[in-house]
Design a protein around this ligand. Structure first.
Ligand code: GDG
Length: 490
């Protein structure tokens, strides 16, 4: 693929943002954009300014690879083809089964399986080979997330080892845990060395960056500086780049007739009631059971609110074939049943929890963010959490309305809490009574209090956008010049 630019940006992530499938005639067709944190984050970078390289999300027989390649090339994407076994063991086995729980501090049930690591390594190698086919000296390479931690090192070896222009950036979308937790990983050295061959390594928060620096010393005995890690005569720079959203996408959507009509309908549906929303992938890191327990305690402690408050929980199916996720789904369903069974009221047709186990479309999402009086985020760990930012932006539409904007209740374990602490009610999701109290405080806050909190949040969310995040990271990466031995920072 030739880029019209003298140097191009190659973005590598595990999954391409486009779903593909076969039509009735057996031809491969594009099924539109997939949703999720990374797709939302990269929406801030103009789509025609980079090539997106990643796995196509399904197994493609070798004789169909040229057809799929041209289909995706038309959308600015380059597919990486993986066999069924490598794809499964890399994605479900190693990434979702080992790295995801470990990096989110859920170490108990992890099966550290060598075969999964070997598939992880093979998949990273397939990415390296695919990048090698399109790379030209001067190109920037930006690698995303836990699925590709070995890739920087593979590329550094494979692509013109003496090429001073080779610029590799790596961004981790999830937390980087403390060194004590990372230490548990049998392949900790390989993963750290893999990432350290980047020029710039980005994290959402200072905590994650400092955990990483500390881990490099703890596990590899490496010398670090506040700016990064000394790797022989190089500095692998470490930076903090909190991700954002694209506010105008929500604000434009909000102005459409479809969303305005839907807002009116929802206002009628929830008339006389306060609406609390939870929007998450169904994932144990999001603390949905903790949220339900907190809400249940609120209904118990505040009998006058029964019949007047509804929690609408959207849980988007995620990793549905993994046993932990199936178990979590059952646990949530039981809690929803218990709360509705205890506090529901047939005569008034009142169910305190409305639970949707499915994805909703963008218009519906925007309408819900706008009508909700409270957004309830109780992540047990969360790299950043974009939902909180999306809620803030949509509430901007209500600032001047009589009732004013709503309130964000935000877990202190979401990366976003560092930036949003002043304007939200920050909670510990394990403290059920504190969650109950946070709901009470949020629902009873006066309009001026809500306006001044929202003002702080809105200023942040509209300044530190996804575009800002992308431009800052790429700007830093572009600036990067290999250091001479005598010029290392002290
Ligand atoms: C990872 C990290 C980090 C959700 N439900 C629906 C829907 N969504 C969209 C939201 C939001 C995105 O998915 C979720 O983003 P989060 O940041 O909240 O969470 P993860 O998917 O876990 O993302 C996270 C992120 O990467 C970026 O670095 O913040 O910490 O875990 O945009 O709006 N979208 C639609 N329907 C839904 O039902 N249309």
């Amino acid at each position: 693929m030739n880029s019209p630019l003298s140097s191009k940006l190659i973005v590598a992530s595990n999954r391409l943002p486009i779903n593909i499938s076969r039509d009735k005639e057996g031809r491969w067709v594009s099924g539109g954009m997939s949703s999720g944190g990374l797709v939302a984050a990269l929406s801030g970078i103009p789509r025609d300014s980079f090539i997106w390289l990643g796995w196509a999300g399904c197994v493609v027989p070798p004789h169909d690879e040229p057809e799929v390649t041209s289909l995706l090339e038309a959308e600015g994407c380059v597919p990486v083809f993986l066999s069924d076994k490598i794809a499964k063991d890399h994605y479900n086995g190693f990434s979702n089964g080992i790295l995801w729980p470990l990096f989110h501090y859920q170490t108990e049930d992890i099966e550290f399986n060598d075969e999964y690591y070997s598939a992880y390594s093979s998949a990273n190698q397939a990415f390296a080979d695919a990048i090698e086919r399109i790379y030209e000296p001067g190109d920037l390479i930006w690698i995303h997330d836990m699925h590709l931690m070995l890739l920087p090192r593979m590329l550094r070896k494979q692509l013109h080892p003496a090429d001073a222009k080779l610029h590799i950036g790596f961004f981790l979308h999830i937390p980087f845990p403390t060194s004590e937790v990372f230490h548990v990983l049998p392949w900790k050295r390989e993963l750290l060395r893999g990432v350290l061959d980047s020029d710039l390594i980005g994290f959402h928060t200072y905590d994650y960056a400092s955990h990483f620096l500390r881990t490099c010393t703890h596990v590899l005995g490496m010398e670090t500086r506040p700016q990064g890690v000394l790797v022989q005569d190089r500095l692998a720079a470490v930076g903090v780049f909190p991700i954002g959203i694209e506010p105008h996408k929500f604000e434009e959507k909000l102005e459409t007739v479809q969303v305005q009509d839907r807002i009116k309908e929802l206002e009628v549906t929830f008339a006389g009631k306060k609406l609390i929303i939870g929007i998450d992938r169904l994932d144990y890191i999001k603390g949905i059971p903790h949220r339900l327990l907190g809400y249940e305690a609120f209904l118990r402690d505040n009998p006058e609110s029964r019949g007047k408050v509804v929690l609408l929980q959207v849980a988007v199916p995620s990793r549905t074939d993994v046993p932990e996720y199936k178990k979590l789904k059952r646990e949530i369903e039981q809690l929803v049943g218990r709360i509705n069974g205890t506090y529901g009221n047939l005569l008034e047709n009142y169910a305190p929890v409305q639970y949707l186990f499915r994805s909703i479309d963008f218009s519906e999402l925007t309408a819900l963010y706008t009508v909700a009086d409270v957004c309830f985020v109780t992540s047990l760990r969360d790299g950043m959490n974009l939902v909180s930012l999306e809620y803030i932006v949509c509430q901007g539409a209500k600032v001047n309305a009589k009732d004013g904007p709503g309130v964000l209740i935000l877990s202190e374990f979401a990366g976003a809490s560092g930036s949003l602490i002043a304007g939200s009610i920050v909670v510990n999701p394990w403290n059920t009574d504190a969650l109950s109290d946070a709901v009470r405080v949020a629902l009873s806050m006066d309009v001026e209090g809500r306006r001044s909190k929202h003002d702080l949040l809105y200023k942040y969310a509209t300044k530190y956008t996804a575009s800002f995040w992308g431009a800052s990271f790429i700007g830093e990466l572009r600036k990067f010049m290999p250091l001479q031995p005598g010029s290392l920072p002290t």
